[in-house]
Design a protein around this ligand. Structure first.
Ligand code: GLU
Length: 499
């Protein structure tokens, strides 16, 4: 037997296309991807759509969207193609049927003609399937089939003994065979179950390492027996811990009402929600790979490339983890602060456009450095900096409650605005430093505090209480536009006084 470690590394993510992509699935996929990349192997996407009732159209698109967004590249899959495809199970039915038949012919599986009523009665009696067709003669089986009775194919699970498996995360795991049922491999409509299909595919797609949710651990002995019956070399298995709700109770759910965070706000669990919530893909990547796995050195911020250098399935923590969603906002702001302007611009542009702004790219490039340290989420860009991209000619002076700062009054604010206009107009260069120096002088001469002066100007030119720094903002707006806005603000304050 070849040593498993001698096989080229090929991992896969094998979702069932049952609706929007859940973040727990992406986390499983991420571990498979990191492992493949660490070993210079291949990462495969396979769509397990054999449960036709649960298949939701459009799911694959959502899965791919999440992968593309995170930068998790796929080597083989329904979109990428590949030599061992097709990568969608409903397109491989013949293969499963062939092997199910082979298992029957070799005495490892059998046709079961139990009707729905029979099965319901067995359930009612409190037991599972009682194996009533396991030992019928070949002649009887052929006869029932010839009469056109529908049947499923079931695996002949050993009735006694132990099945021992190796899990990369948990070590050796042992199961008593008597606990297991004769599971269905092929349904009466000719579709395989997961138990059969994934094994046939993992073999034919030469998967070296299977990473899947811990929910599959109880079926692991069944799978080991099927692998043995087929006589194929098994991949190595890693059963991954699941994500629990943020309070640590219960599996992280897709249902809205269950995924409120500690503060009662809903937390994202669908891949699409992360995209829409304005998170940076690199921050989400960092966040996900740090759940149940550590980069080490107490380092919380690490890139995908760094994770790839160190990732090992053996180091995954076997315990289920509470979803540490509170960390994500912090991580996200760290990533935004460190990101290049060139990286942020294409992410911010569509958010601004969605908020109704027309984005001038050159201007965006000037604005991003002013914003970077202030954004917790990319979505903050619209309320904070949308005004740079609004129609300037339509700018209206903000109301008095914005213009008049705390501990200021109407007269003082008007004084500051009025006094600053000629000083700003006189400046030959309108960069932030020059403005800053002039306004500091002004504060000194008039006795107003710097904060009062800068704050009044900020409110006048942005119409907002929170914005990028005043002088950098005015530099982008330009001398003429800044002064025009201060004049408008002054005018509106005087109008109010007059009224
Ligand atoms: N289609 C299975 C699921 O979504 C895949 C499990 C596996 O990775 O083998 O749970």
């Amino acid at each position: 037997m070849t040593l498993p470690s001698a096989r080229p590394v090929r991992t896969r993510y094998a979702p069932s296309p049952t609706g929007p992509q859940h973040i727990g699935g992406i986390r499983s996929a991420l571990f498979a991807w990191l492992y493949a990349r660490r070993h210079g192997g291949q990462f495969i996407l396979r769509i397990e759509d054999t449960d036709r009732k649960r298949t939701v159209p459009g799911s694959v698109k959502m899965i791919l969207e999440a992968f593309d967004w995170l930068g998790m590249d796929i080597d083989e899959g329904p979109r990428e193609g590949g030599a061992l495809g097709p990568y969608v199970q409903s397109e491989r039915l013949e293969l499963y049927q062939t092997w199910a038949k082979w298992l029957v012919e070799n005495g490892c599986a059998y046709k079961c003609f139990a009707t729905a009523e029979e099965l319901a009665a067995m359930r009612k009696a409190g037991g599972g399937y009682d194996r009533r067709y396991r030992d019928i003669s070949a002649a009887k089986s052929a006869d029932l089939e010839a009469r056109g009775l529908p049947f499923v194919i079931r695996f002949k699970m050993p009735l006694t003994g132990l099945t021992v498996g190796k899990d990369l995360i948990r070590g050796e795991v042992e199961f008593a065979n008597e606990q297991l049922q004769d599971a269905v491999l092929l349904k009466s409509d000719g579709y395989p179950t997961y138990h059969l299909a994934h094994i046939i595919d993992d073999h034919h797609m030469r998967i070296s390492h299977v990473t899947r949710a811990i929910e599959w651990l109880p079926s692991f002995p069944l799978h080991i027996q099927i692998w043995n019956a087929l006589g194929w070399e098994m991949p190595q298995f890693a059963h991954l811990p699941v994500l629990l709700n943020p309070n640590g109770k219960g599996k992280l759910s897709k249902r809205k009402e269950q995924f409120a965070g500690a503060d009662g706000k809903s937390v994202p669990v669908l891949a699409r929600e992360f995209i829409e919530a304005g998170y940076l893909p690199a921050a989400v990547m960092n966040f996900l790979s740090n759940i149940g796995w550590n980069y080490g050195d107490n380092e919380e911020i690490f890139s995908a490339a760094q994770a790839i250098e160190r990732f090992d399935l053996k180091d995954v923590n076997p315990a289920n983890s509470a979803y540490p969603i509170a960390k994500l906002d912090w991580l996200n702001s760290q990533y935004i602060q460190r990101a290049d302007v060139a990286e942020l611009c294409p992410l911010l542009k569509p958010i601004l456009e969605k908020a109704g702004f027309e984005v001038d790219e050159a201007r965006l490039q000037r604005v991003v450095p002013l914003l970077r340290v202030r954004l917790k989420s990319l979505k903050d860009v619209a309320p904070m900096a949308g005004f740079f991209f609004a129609d300037w000619s339509a700018f209206k002076a903000p109301p008095a409650e914005i213009l008049i700062q705390r501990k200021m009054d109407q007269k003082g604010t008007a004084d500051i605005l009025r006094g600053s206009i000629p000083l700003l107009r006189r400046l030959d260069t309108f960069d932030a430093d020059t403005q800053h120096a002039a306004m500091r002088e002004f504060a000194k001469a008039t006795g107003y505090k710097n904060g009062q002066v800068f704050g009044s100007l900020r409110a006048a030119v942005t119409g907002q209480k929170v914005s990028p720094p005043t002088f950098e903002t005015m530099e982008v707006l330009g001398q003429e536009e800044s002064i025009r806005r201060i004049e408008l603000a002054l005018q509106s304050l005087s109008d109010e006084t007059a009224g």
